[in-house]
Every structure is written in C-alpha cells, then in structure tokens.
Design a protein around this ligand. Structure first.
Ligand code: ATP
Ligand code: MG
Length: 449
C-alpha cells in the first residue's frame, strides 16, 4: 500500500485525520478539515545517543531578563516593563487597527541602537518607507525586507537582533506545500521562528490577523508557542485603540495600553481620564457612568443607551462594548424585578470611546442607563454607579471598590451608588463623595429618580 503523503488537520482544534470529513470528530465543527502534507518522522539514527539529564533547582543557572525600552511607554507597560530579549511577541488585531503602524514605530525606535529587521510580507518596501516618512520616524538604520518565503529570509533574520514579521499569515515555508495562511503553514512558520528566537536570542514581534470570531487566525496553537500575546483592539472608526495582553510569560496580563491614532502615528495616552465620557453628560436621558477596572487601571466610562418603540414583533437588542447576552439578562431583570416595560422597546447600548467592558461591575450602570432611557429622565452629571446585578435583582459586591470610588473622587463626581456590601470599605471617602449603598435594584432606581 502506498504511504500517505497528506493528512487532514482541523483548523479549529488540530485534529488529524487520514481522510476528509465534513464534521471534525475532535471539536464537532463543520468544514474545518484542511489538507496538509505529512511531515517526515524525525530520523532516529541522527539523534544523539545521550539522553537528557535532570538537574536540581539549585544548580540551574539563569540570566536575569534584560528589559529593553521600546521607546513607546504604553507598549512597555503592556509588555510588563519593556522588551525581553529572545522573546516572541504576537500582536493580533482586526485589519486596519494599526498593527503595522505600532510595530513600525517600535522598530524605528529600536533601530537607533540595535540591528532591526522589518520583514514585510504584506507590503512592499516602498510602502513601509512611505509610512515611516508619514510618521516622521528616524528610521535610517532600519533594515527592510519584503519577502514571503521564510526560507529565503532566514539568512537576514539571523543577522538581526530584533525582527518584525508582518504578518505570520503571509509568510510560508516550502517545507509544506499548502498555501500561506493555512493552519499548517502558520504553525510551522511560528515554531520555526520560535526555534530561532530561543537558540539565537533574537526577539520577534509577529503580527497575526484575527478571524471573524475574534481569535487570532489559525488555531490556538499559535498562542501556545508565543511568550507574549497582545491584542490591539478598537473600532476602526474610533481614534482610541487599546492594547491588551492576553498572555505574558514575563509580566502581568492585567495591563492595558491606550493609544490615540493621529497623523503622526500612534501616541500613547497616559491621561486617559475623561476619554470615555461624553461632553454632553447629564443632559440626555439614557446615559450612566461607571468606574471600570480595565487592566490595572481604573477609568470612568460612560454607557449610553437608546430605546425606540419596536416596529416589528420582536424587539431588537444591540450592544457595543458590553456582552449582548449580559444586556439581555439585565433587561429581563429590570422588567421582572422593577416593573419597567422594556419588552416592547428596541434597546441599543454603546460604551463610549470604543472600550470593551468585560466585568460585571458595569451591570448597575447599564441598568441605570436603561431605566433613565425608559423614564426619559437624565441621570445627574455628578453621579457614578458600580455593582454586579444578580438575577434576583440584588446588587452584589465587586472587587476593587476603593479604587473605583477613588477614581470617581478624582474625576469630580459627587455621588457614587455602590453595593451595600462594598460601602463599609469605602467609608474613608465619605467626606469627599456621597456614598449611596444599595442592596436591590429597586433601591438604585429610587435613589436616582
Ligand atoms: N495617510 C494617513 N493619515 C492618517 N492615518 C492613516 C493614514 N494612512 C493610514 N492611516 C491609519 O492607519 C491605519 C492602518 O494602519 P496599519 O496599516 O498599521 O493597520 P494594520 O493593522 O497593519 O492593517 P492590516 O491588517 O491591513 O495590515 C488606518 O486605519 C488609518 O487609521
Ligand atoms: Mg499591516
């Protein structure tokens, strides 16, 4: 029987099958199996006869991580204090969000003192040069290479200290015959880069595109290989972008970096207070402010809602910045526990400035904004709210309460509505700001309207 030269690998879970199947037995997804050549088994004879030996921890030698500043403070913060030499950093994000811009800036800054290679597989050298000129970067020493074949680029990569690969979906290696961007190619190229990074101490910044579902394209396999995985997010139309670490072997994943896209490129925003508040706060009904803990930073974010009478039978719910399911649950809680008639209303929700709020502490502000929109009564400009809302209509305690109240004080709020269980720890602020503890959603509504 002839030997199999190809196999079918699931793009979602990496399941390997010898024949094509419509549904992957590994993860149950449809149409995810793609053909790939079988990589030859490692040559046993070529392996050294010596087996590996374990060492006691006390005898393990190590070098302290050397942190190199990238020249962009916000970027360093997200990396955990600077670039670690020999690490692999994956920067993922939607098309056009500014990945190439950010990394070009980093490359130009590093090229002043280091040998930096910008391997552009998506754009020509002249496009990169045009961008550098548009951003007024001092990048005379930056090495450019427009190449999609990783094997041909390898020689140049070996000579550099820092390499930017833009993007991992556009490069390929001739070891596999599948097209660039396929699961096998992405995985093979990434692990090739990892081997180079670890054996030669070269630092890589790799751009990865995001799939429709929001994961970095290709399988999760890519994230395992990387030392640090960053997501660059923000609506394409918004000027503010947020860089978030989702994995970091050399630092916390709690950090975020806020950037503003300007003609001069991405500029780190260190004073982000007020960024996520609108100018007309307190004038229109349907808006509420919550102090949100995003990364290690607390910032006040305005949540805006709009209600319109449902024209077609089923009411529409749309949410930007907050999980849609969460919104639907909160609407149901408001309807059942507070008697607000929302079942005949279309509801639209938006968190200002394109920020994404993932924590439940925004619940209370969402409910307040919805109630305000329903009653057509604006919420006082100087009131902020936070707290998690349970299905029974209770308001539950959240973490970092003191930090949140402190941020409200700093931002000039005069009243904060918070979970009763959090009120005790925040007593010390009571001279600077009025604390209104609530245990039930109905109490919040009574306090506001
Ligand atoms: N001439 C310009 N002036 C101002 N801003 C610009 C200009 N050209 C591009 N931009 C901004 O840069 C953004 C594109 O940046 P960049 O090419 O870094 O994105 P990217 O994430 O690398 O995209 P891709 O996924 O296509 O590689 C645009 O969305 C736009 O906001
Ligand atoms: Mg790009």
């Amino acid at each position: 029987m002839p030997k199999n030269t190809t196999q079918f690998v699931c793009a979602e879970c990496g399941y390997v099958s010898l024949k094509w199947m419509g549904r992957c037995p590994g993860c149950g997804k449809y149409n995810t199996l793609a053909e790939e050549p079988v990589s030859p088994a490692p040559n046993k004879a070529a392996r050294p006869a010596l087996s590996s030996r374990a060492l006691p921890l006390s005898q393990v030698s190590y070098e302290k991580y050397e942190r190199v500043p990238s020249g962009i403070e916000e970027f360093d913060v997200v990396l955990g204090g600077g670039i670690v030499r020999g690490s692999l950093v994956l920067v993922g994000g939607d098309p056009g969000v500014g990945k190439s811009t950010l990394l070009t800036q980093v490359a130009a800054n590093l090229s002043e003192t280091h040998r930096v290679l910008y391997l552009s597989a998506e754009e020509s050298c002249s496009q990169v040069k045009l961008r550098c000129e548009r951003l007024h970067l001092n990048s005379d020493g930056l090495l450019l290479l427009s190449e999609t074949d990783l094997d041909s680029a390898e020689e140049e990569i070996f000579k550099a200290e820092y390499v930017i690969v833009d993007s991992v979906q556009a490069i390929y290696t001739s070891a596999l015959s599948s097209a660039a961007g396929s699961v096998g190619q992405v995985r093979e190229c990434a692990s090739r880069l990892m081997r180079i990074a670890k054996s030669r101490g070269i630092t890589f910044f790799i751009v990865g595109h995001v799939t429709k579902e929001g994961a970095i394209a290709g399988p999760k396999v890519l994230e395992h290989i990387m030392d640090t995985v960053l997501y660059f997010e923000g609506e394409r139309t918004e000027n503010f972008k947020i860089l978030r670490a989702v994995k970091n072997r050399f630092g916390s994943v709690q950090e975020i970096g806020v950037f503003e896209m300007t003609d001069e490129g991405l500029i780190g925003v260190s004073d982000y207070s007020g960024l996520f508040l609108s100018d007309l706060r307190g004038e229109a009904a349907g808006a509420a402010v919550t102090p949100s803990e995003t990364g290690n930073r607390c910032m006040t974010v305005e949540i805006q809602t709009l209600m319109a009478k449902t024209v077609y039978g089923l009411p529409r719910r749309m949410s930007l910045g907050i999980d849609l399911n969460r919104l639907i649950v909160l609407i149901a809680v408001l309807e059942k526990r507070c008697g607000l008639p929302l079942g005949t209303q279309d509801v639209y929700l938006n968190a200002m400035g394109g920020i994404r709020l993932n924590e439940p502490s925004a619940d209370l502000a969402v409910c307040a904004a919805l109630a305000s929109a329903e009653k057509m009564i604006p919420i006082d400009k100087y009131t902020a709210l936070f707290g998690e809302v349970g299905l029974t209509g209770e308001v539950r305690a959240v973490n970092y309460a003191e930090k949140r109240v402190n941020e409200c004080v700093k931002m000039g709020f005069r009243r904060v509505i918070l979970p009763a269980k959090n009120a005790a720890t925040c007593k010390k602020f009571s001279e600077k700001i009025a604390l209104v503890p609530v245990s039930y959603l109905s109490q919040m509504i009574k306090a506001l309207f």
